[in-house]
Ligand binder design. Structure first.
Ligand code: NAP
Ligand code: MG
Length: 482
């Protein structure tokens, strides 16, 4: 917590999923402490030291956070690797993206403009100002702990909000460091409050709390629905970044080698524990066999290994429950008749990772109706399904409750853009594996959520619009003539 509270003594064990070792004893926040954290955020907001600070000054503090994170990138990276189990090669890229995110929103602080309207009456001035929304409850999952915290904390601070940040219980360590970095950068006490705990209640308490104005939530669709329902009681503003079952669509006129490389990254990056993972690959019939053969051959070279080894592509599965979920989906796939092409079993490592949670790079041929081709697995498991023509590709891509991301591979500009336009998802990447950048909005259609993170659009979601109407006529108004 950024302001110091007398903490109760209860802690829980936080483990490194690659080794099973306990790496920290983490504080269990009680309801009273959560209430104190929210009150401290409320007091800091209402006091106005941060929310009314000149935007240019706030910008400098947020920029200082970017600098401090950059200075400590190596240490934060290793903390993330040990807490989450992700490969160091993955975590390294995240650290750069986190610095970029804070830099972007430092710049955004001074560019969150209101508007001036044409006068509604000749004697009027009308304009809007954008004011910080208030106390933000930021709730994040375990797959990209510091990155997803940054996507919320950086714009919220830039807008002048105060924050209660709740990391996932299994990966709280970098969020705690972020709280310290904020203080060091000059964020006033009480503005960023980090609360940790292992129970299901902590998030719920934040969403229920009457002194919280907005919830920025990233997590599963099931929890997101609960958050939206609970938040309705106090009419909180809510943004939801939820699950996905995002497609890669490859046409016969694509650069197949590049598309295979993109598809490998799309599912094996972060061990497939990514909301935007491209977990279903839809292939134009004429290139189906060639693509699948090439993918499977190259997938044999995916190195599942010790996350701390720079050569590792796929690190550990973060949670035992997640490991069981992946295992059970592979069994479901086999039992529903999907054809296993590679993997589908745990990966056994030796040495210090002998007790870790690892899964092999896995691919199945599946029917569109198979559960493994429809439900979010959140692991290194991909399905291949053929399509005959553009219309069927679009229909298959859209036949999902989710709509987070998609990739289209085609060398026809017209076709790629037609398909991009027809797909109902928040992001479409054409001929590239990379589609997430600080300046570009990210978020879902359908049950992948609502609201956007990243980009300037997000600044609208951490602010309220206030309309200010000024009478400038010479003669005073007297509407009732009294
Ligand atoms: P989760 O179980 O929904 O948990 C997410 C966060 O919500 C955790 O901090 C969790 O804390 C908290 N939480 C649980 N119940 C809550 C409640 N009733 N009220 C408020 N908060 C509550 O999701 P996860 O398993 O950690 O993360 C995986 C999911 O996140 C996947 O579905 C993935 O697609 C999605 N995700 C989406 C994005 C995106 O940007 N769209 C990015 C990353 C991940 P506890 O663990 O203490 O319960
Ligand atoms: Mg951990």
């Amino acid at each position: 917590m950024s302001s110091t509270l007398e903490a109760s003594g209860t802690t829980y064990e936080d483990r490194n999923p690659a080794t099973g070792a306990v790496i920290a004893h983490v504080h269990e926040t009680t309801r009273e402490e959560l209430d104190a954290a929210v009150r401290s955020a409320r007091k800091a907001f209402d006091g106005g030291k941060w929310s009314n600070m000149a935007a240019s000054r706030r910008a400098k503090v947020v920029y200082k956070m970017a600098q401090l994170i950059a200075e400590r990138a190596q240490e934060l990276m290793m903390l993330e690797v040990r807490d989450n189990g992700k490969a160091v090669s993955t975590a390294k890229g995240e650290m750069g993206a986190i610095v970029d995110c804070f830099e972007f929103y430092a710049g955004a602080a001074t560019k969150t403009y209101g508007e001036t309207m044409p006068p509604p009456l000749p004697t009027y001035l009308a304009n809007t100002v954008r004011e910080p929304v208030g106390v933000v409850g930021a709730i994040i999952p375990w797959n990209f702990p510091l990155l997803l915290a940054s996507w919320k904390v950086a714009p919220a601070l830039a807008a002048g909000c105060t924050v209660v940040l709740k990391p996932a219980p299994s990966t709280p360590l970098t969020a705690i460091e972020l709280g310290k970095i904020a203080l060091e950068a000059g964020v006033p006490e009480g503005v960023l409050n980090v609360v940790t705990g292992s129970g299901r209640e902590l998030g719920q308490w934040i969403v229920e709390h009457p002194l919280v104005d907005k919830i920025a939530f990233t997590g599963s669709t099931a929890t997101g629905k609960l958050v939206a329902k609970t938040a309705a009681d106090t009419i909180k503003r809510v943004t939801l970044e939820l699950g996905g079952k995002s497609p890669t669509i490859v046409f016969d006129d694509a650069d197949i080698d590049a598309a295979v490389a993109g598809a490998l990254y799309g599912i094996f990056y972060n061990a497939g524990q990514a909301c935007e993972a491209r977990s279903r690959v839809l292939l134009h019939r004429p290139i189906y066999d060639r693509f699948v053969a090439s993918f499977v051959e190259r997938a044999q070279n995916v190195r599942v290994g010790n996350p701390e080894d720079p050569q590792t592509h796929v690190g550990a599965i973060t949670l035992p429950e997640q490991f069981e979920k992946i295992k059970s989906y592979c069994e479901i796939g086999r039992s529903e008749g999907a054809r296993s092409l590679i993997g589908g079993i745990p990966a056994s490592l030796d040495g210090e990772c002998a007790n870790g949670l690892f899964w092999t790079a896995t691919a199945f041929e599946a029917e569109p109706g198979h559960r493994i081709a429809r439900e979010e697995i959140f692991g290194p498991v991909v399905t291949f399904t053929p399509f005959e023509d553009e219309a069927q590709a679009v229909a298959l891509a859209n036949d999902s409750d989710y709509g987070l991301s998609a990739s289209v591979w085609s060398n026809s500009i017209g076709r790629a853009n037609r398909v991009a336009r027809a797909i109902r998802s928040g992001t479409v990447a054409i001929n590239t594996p990379y589609a997430v950048f600080p300046g570009v909005p990210f978020g879902g259609y359908k049950q992948s959520g609502y609201g956007r993170e990243l980009g300037m659009e997000t600044m609208r979601l951490y602010t309220e619009t206030k309309s200010v109407l000024t009478y400038v006529g010479e003669k005073a108004m007297n509407p009732l003539g009294l």
